[in-house]
Design a protein around this ligand. Structure first.
Ligand code: ADP
Length: 158
């Protein structure tokens, strides 16, 4: 059984994240999307909302589950009996941070591999912060995010 964990803030989930989840779901028997609880990080959406929006967006993927974690990611991955951490790559700008994190995690848990999946080029510029800014300014974000997120972000919904 090949299990992968896809960790992140997902604040909120975008079509770029979803594209990575769909790719991972084709590669692994089971994919756990793990929302970081990290109370030190300032989030736009409350933890429960981030989780709920992902759940509503992955209903078509039968081997994907949504969960949360706090503490060390490698401890969580071990507890889930997963062998791989999935991360998404957009542009070179993601590389430094992802490289550092992957090597640090490998140092702590050599048996866990980080697997990088490239998003479709249509989403390579897309980020959660961009989506939030556009929504905040009253723009239409429906081409950037799954329908559940678009509904939530619609002006006046907050
Ligand atoms: P974190 O705070 O852990 O970086 P994010 O939710 O911002 O959490 O991102 C989670 C993962 O998804 C990261 O590996 C990030 O590079 C990747 N990611 C974010 N947006 C996209 C996108 N548009 N296409 C592909 N990967 C993405």
């Amino acid at each position: 059984m090949k299990i992968a964990v896809y960790p992140g803030s997902f604040d909120p989930i975008t079509n770029g994240h979803l594209d990575v989840i769909e790719r991972a779901a084709r590669l692994f028997n089971k994919v756990v999307v793990a929302v970081s609880r990290n109370p030190e990080k300032q989030h736009f959406f409350a933890f429960g909302e981030r989780l709920e929006m992902i759940k509503l967006s992955v209903t078509h993927l039968k081997n994907v589950t949504v969960d949360s974690f706090d503490g060390l990611l490698v401890d969580y991955v071990r507890a889930k009996k997963a062998r791989a951490i999935v991360r998404g790559l957009r542009a070179v700008s993601d590389f430094d941070y992802e490289f550092q994190m992957a090597l640090t995690n490998r140092r702590m848990a050599p048996q866990i591999e980080t697997v990088f999946l490239m998003t479709d080029y249509r989403y390579s510029y897309l980020s959660s912060s961009f989506v939030k800014q556009i929504a905040d300014l009253g723009g239409d974000v429906s081409t950037f995010v799954p329908p559940a997120v678009a509904r939530r972000l619609k002006k006046g919904a907050r």
